[in-house]
Ligand binder design. Structure first.
Ligand code: SAH
Ligand code: DHB
Ligand code: MG
Length: 222
C-alpha cells in the first residue's frame, strides 16, 4: 500500500528535521547504481534508529541485514569513537557496496560488515565472546526473525534494546497466508516475544515512504 500524502509528509519530516548529508545521499546513490533493491529504511526511520541508539547510550550495536549500509550509517553515527557496530549480510555483493558506503561516511573504524547467513555468523559471534550488545536492529530475511530474536537475547544484557523492522507488511500479519513464510515467521515472532519473560515489548504501525508497515521494539528486562 502506498499513498502520495504519506510520501509528502515523510518528505516534509525528512527535509525539516532529518535532512540527508553527503554520505547518506551517496550511500543511497551507490546502492541504487549497484542494482541493490531500494528497501533501506526511510530517512526519518534511520533518524529514529539513530536517536534510539543515543537514548540507549549504546556503545555496541548488532545489525542483521546490511544491504548497502544505509541504516548502518545512521546507527553507527550514534556510537562513540570507541564504539562498535557489527552488521551481518548474506549477499557478498551487498556487503561490498555497504563497505564502500561506510568507508565514505568515515565509519569503517567502528563498523564491521560480516558476510554469510546470519544464522551461521551468530554462533561464531557467540564463540568469539562478542557482546553483549546494547542494541540490535533486525532487518534481514523475515522468516528467521524468531531465531534472530532468540540470538539477540543470547547476545544481550539486561537493558539491551531490540528493534525488528517490517512486522506489519501492509497489514498481512492479521490475514496470514500460510504460504508466505515472512508472515508466518512474523507471527511466530510475536508469539515468542509474548511468551518470553525476559522481554518487554510493543509494536507500532507506520505509514510513509516505505508504505504501510511497522516495527517491534523490545527491551531485555533487568
Ligand atoms: N537494514 C538495511 C536494509 C536491509 S534489507 C537498511 O535499512 O538500510 C535486507 C538485507 O538482508 C538484504 O541485503 C539481504 O541480502 C539480507 N539478508 C537476507 N537474508 C539474510 C540472511 N540469512 N543473513 C544475513 N542477511 C540476510
Ligand atoms: C523488504 C525488506 C525490508 O527490510 C524492507 O524494509 C522493505 C521491504 C522486502 O524484502 O521486500
Ligand atoms: Mg526493513
Amino acid at each position: 500500500m502506498t499513498n502520495p500524502q504519506w510520501n509528502a509528509v515523510d518528505t516534509y519530516f525528512t527535509e525539516t528535521i532529518a535532512p540527508a548529508d553527503e554520505a547518506l545521499t551517496a550511500a543511497l546513490a551507490g546502492s541504487a547504481a549497484a542494482g541493490l533493491p531500494e528497501i533501506a529504511v526511510a530517512p526519518n526511520q534511520g533518524k529514529l534508529l539513530h536517536l534510539l541508539a543515543r537514548i540507549q547510550g549504546a556503545r555496541s550495536i548488532l545489525e542483521i541485514g546490511t544491504l548497502g549500509g544505509y541504516s548502518t550509517i545512521w546507527l553507527a553515527r550514534a556510537l562513540p569513537t570507541d564504539g562498535r557496530l557489527i552488521s551481518l549480510e548474506y549477499d557478498p555483493a551487498h556487503a561490498e557496496v555497504a563497505r564502500t558506503n561506510i568507508a565514505r561516511a568515515g565509519l569503517d573504524k567502528i563498523v564491521e560488515v560480516r558476510t554469510g547467513a546470519a544464522l551461521d555468523s551468530l554462533p561464531q559471534l557467540e564463540a568469539e565472546g562478542a557482546g553483549p550488545f546494547d542494541l540490535f536492529f533486525i532487518d534481514a530475511d523475515k522468516v528467521n526473525n524468531p531465531r534472530y530474536v532468540e540470538w539477540a537475547l543470547k547476545l544481550s544484557r539486561p537493558g539491551s534494546v531490540i528493534v525488528v523492522d517490517n512486522v506489519v507488511r501492509g497489514g498481512r500479519i492479521t490475514a496470514p497466508d500460510p504460504d508466505d513464510p515472512a508472515i508466518t515467521g512474523t507471527r511466530e515472532l510475536f508469539e515468542l516475544v509474548a511468551a518470553e519473560p525476559r522481554l518487554d515489548a510493543t509494536a507500532v504501525q507506520t505509514v510513509g515512504a516505505k508504505g504501510y508497515d511497522g516495527l517491534l521494539l523490545a527491551r531485555v528486562i533487568g
